[in-house]
Every structure is written in structure tokens, then in C-alpha cells.
Design a protein around this ligand. Structure first.
Ligand code: ADP
Ligand code: AIR
Ligand code: ASP
Length: 380
């Protein structure tokens, strides 16, 4: 008979201790690792059917649950270097004080994080992401997580607004990078370089790398999102060590970022859950849709509308008469028109031209009397 294991919820501290304890044993192979793990985990592991604990995961998933957090479950895999991350619909806020469920969140966050990790990989940011393996799951490299939450802010919101009294929405001159000590029991307090050194969380050199990497990620994500009409207000990253390298870990999703619609500033992230704003799943879905649609960019369209040649132009005639009374006889004909200057967003010149043509046909030019021409060019 096959013995299966399921884990009760561990605190982060317990998780880290187990982590550190299992790390050397994992190299012995999985069955031995579990054997070594049992006495060390102080009864945290018990036999049972872990499929029930997956909350909708595919039944073929036979990995062992290592840790259950507030938003994800982490499973061991056949490979000692890799973990399977299962994204849950569970949502918490204010350090777990507020609890709930967001329908389809697990699938959406898994899909959104996968898009971001792939984007970052192509831009030269190394992460734990290996591949998306199912609707709620991704395979990642196992990290020894550095217990720091690295927050980057472009626009004041959340705890920054509270701490400094800055109004939500104030655009910051430069991105601000902050470090929080990842410790649920302490409520993830804000800490500085000296605290990080005292806690021996990262060397000055590693810390400088984390800050630079976080800023680089901010630049890549901000540009990608803006092209999809989303403002990246702020976000939280986690990093970890893997074979002597520091890699980006955890997730990048509406649970861990603030996203605002670029035109309306509508919140498209977990603040909708935190602040009971409603339409939470819809917001997460909207972010997924924006990420997977083509980038949009700004264009300037100039539409010239003129009377058709066969139509009399009294205004043009009047100007012509005044010119000849001034003795300016060289002007032979004058036709007056209008120039309409338009700023428009779209995926490409062809698509924008199509939109401008429709606008001109429907609204700008009277088809009985007027004709039009236009130019479209991208705004740098
Ligand atoms: P929390 O632990 O804050 O409740 P989650 O529910 O998101 O958060 O749980 C996921 C946990 O897995 C987090 O503690 C995170 O630090 C950790 N983690 C993320 N990526 C990796 C990785 N590649 N290797 C090991 N641990 C990871
Ligand atoms: N964050 C911080 N801890 C957990 C998370 N998810 C994220 C928030 C927000 C940013 O970090 O989702 O995008 C800053 O959060 P706050 O509360 O400090 O303003
Ligand atoms: N992630 C933290 C929690 O689950 C903080 C937050 O997102 O508000 O409570």
C-alpha cells in the first residue's frame, strides 16, 4: 500500500526550519528524505489523501505537500531541485486578518505569473520559473527563500501613503525600493540595510543586487504594462538562493502588485478585495486579458476634411474676393476645410488607420458634400 503524506499548515518559521533541515537530506533521494523528515517535523506530517487538500487540483498530481501558505501550496517533486507551486483561490489581507476566496484567482494568478516570468526571462532576469504545468500549477526551481519582501513603488498608495501622509496617486520622482522582514508573527515590518545586516539576511553586495534587480524588473514590467494601458503602482518581490545564485521567486500577480487602469485609474488588483470594492475576479481577469493582448501605443492622426470640388465654397470665394481687392491677383482659387488633430491608442498603424477611417466616415465628414484624407503616425 502506498503511503501518502499531507501537511498541516506551517508557520513561515516552521517552514524555514524544515527547509533547512530537509535540504541536506533531499540529496539522499526522496524516500530517504521523507524518512529523515518525519521525526524532525514533530508530527506535522501525517498520512492521508492529499488530493482532497488540493482544492481542485488535477488528480494525477502525486507530489508531497511541503508547505501550505496563504495563497499557494508548495509540493516536492521527483527532482530534489524542483518544486510544484499550486495557486489557490484563497485570499488574505492585512497579514491574514481578513480572509476570503476569490473565484478563479488560482488559475488567473498562475497564468499571470507565468506571463511575467517568461517576459522577465527574455529580458535577462533569472527566476525560479521553469514552466506552467497546469491551470493552477507551475514547476519552479527550489529556492532557499531570503526572508525579505522587496517592494518597489512608482506611485504612492497603501502603507506608503499611510506612513508619510502622501495622497494615493502621487507619482514618485524616482521609484522607491523598500525591504520588509518576511515574518508573519511580526507583521512583516519595514526594515533598513542595518537591520538586514544585523539579521544576517543578505550581505551588502547581495542587497545591492536585490535593489538593482528590483529596479530593473520595475522598468521591464512598467513598460510592458503601460503598453497595455496599465499603470504599475507598486509590487512585492521575493528572492531566493539556488546553487549559489540569487533568483527571483514566488509570484507576480494582482495579489502582489497594484495595477491601475491607465486612463481611469480603476484598481485592477487585490485592493478590490482588501477594500471590498467588488468585481475582484473581473479585475484579475482584465489584467490577464491585457497581458495577453497586443501592446497598444499612442498615435497622432491628422484628418483633413474639405468640400468636394463640385460643391460651392462661399467662404473660400469670400477670401478670394478680399485678396483680389487687396491687389493679390496671384491666388486663383481657395477652398476652406478643417484639420482635425486626434490622439488615439491602438495596436498598430493599420488598426489605428481603420479606426480613423471609420470615425471620418461616421462623424467627421459629410459624405454628400465633403471628402477627407488623413495621416497616422506613432507618437514617440
Ligand atoms: P505565505 O507563505 O506568505 O503565506 P504563499 O501562500 O504565497 O505565501 O506561499 C508560498 C511560499 O513559498 C512563500 O512563503 C514563498 O516565500 C515560498 N516560495 C516561493 N517560491 C519558492 C521557491 N521557488 N522555493 C521555495 N519556496 C518558495
Ligand atoms: N505586498 C506586500 N506584502 C504582500 C504583498 N502582496 C504588495 C502589495 C502592494 C505592495 O506590496 O500587494 O502591491 C505594497 O504594499 P503596501 O501594503 O506596503 O502598500
Ligand atoms: N499578503 C498579506 C496578507 O495576506 C498582506 C496583504 O496582501 O494585504 O495578509
Amino acid at each position: 500500500m502506498e503511503i501518502r503524506y499531507t501537511a498541516q499548515i506551517l508557520t513561515y518559521g516552521q517552514f524555514r526550519s524544515i527547509w533547512n533541515l530537509t535540504r541536506p537530506t533531499l540529496s539522499l533521494g526522496f524516500s530517504q528524505a521523507v524518512f529523515y523528515l518525519l521525526p524532525l517535523t514533530n508530527g506535522l506530517w501525517s498520512s492521508g489523501d492529499y488530493d482532497q487538500s488540493l482544492g481542485g487540483a488535477s488528480p494525477e498530481m502525486t507530489e508531497k505537500l511541503l508547505y501550505e501558505g496563504k495563497a499557494k501550496k508548495i509540493f516536492l517533486t521527483e527532482s530534489e531541485d524542483e518544486l510544484l507551486v499550486f495557486y489557490k483561490d484563497d485570499a488574505t489581507a492585512f497579514n491574514g486578518a481578513k480572509k476570503g476566496q476569490i473565484e478563479s484567482k488560482g488559475q488567473l494568478n498562475n497564468a499571470i505569473s507565468s506571463v511575467f516570468f517568461e517576459l522577465l526571462e527574455t529580458a535577462g532576469v533569472r527566476s525560479h520559473f521553469l514552466k506552467k504545468t497546469g491551470s493552477n500549477t507551475m514547476l519552479v526551481k527550489k529556492l532557499e527563500i531570503i526572508p525579505l519582501e522587496v517592494v518597489v513603488r512608482n506611485i504612492a498608495a497603501g502603507s506608503l501613503s499611510q506612513r508619510l501622509g502622501w495622497p494615493e496617486g502621487r507619482v514618485l520622482d524616482e521609484p522607491i525600493v523598500e525591504f520588509y522582514y518576511k515574518d508573519d508573527a511580526l507583521g512583516d515590518p519595514l526594515i533598513n540595510n542595518n537591520h538586514i545586516a544585523a539579521l544576517k539576511l543578505a550581505s551588502p553586495c547581495d542587497l545591492a543586487f536585490l535593489e538593482e534587480e528590483a529596479k530593473k524588473i520595475d522598468r521591464i514590467l512598467s513598460a510592458y504594462l503601460l503598453a497595455r494601458r496599465v499603470r504599475l503602482v507598486d509590487f512585492k518581490l521575493e528572492f531566493g538562493r539556488h546553487k549559489g545564485q540569487i533568483l527571483l521567486g514566488d509570484e507576480i500577480s494582482p495579489d502582489t502588485c497594484r495595477f491601475w487602469d491607465a486612463e481611469t485609474n480603476k484598481k485592477l488588483d487585490k485592493d478590490r478585495f482588501r477594500q471590498d470594492l467588488g468585481e475582484v475576479t473581473e479585475a484579475y481577469q482584465e489584467i490577464y486579458n491585457r497581458l495577453t493582448c497586443q501592446a497598444v501605443q499612442k498615435y497622432r492622426a491628422l484628418v483633413k476634411v474639405r468640400l468636394k470640388d463640385s460643391v460651392l465654397d462661399p467662404q473660400g470665394e469670400a477670401i478670394l474676393r478680399s485678396l483680389s481687392s487687396l491687389g493679390l491677383e496671384d491666388f486663383q482659387s481657395i477652398r476652406v476645410g478643417k484639420l482635425i488633430d486626434i490622439s488615439v491608442v491602438g495596436e498598430n498603424e493599420r488598426e489605428v488607420s481603420h479606426k480613423v477611417k471609420k470615425l471620418s466616415d461616421d462623424l467627421l465628414a459629410n459624405p454628400n458634400m465633403e471628402k477627407y484624407s488623413f495621416t497616422v503616425e506613432p507618437v514617440k
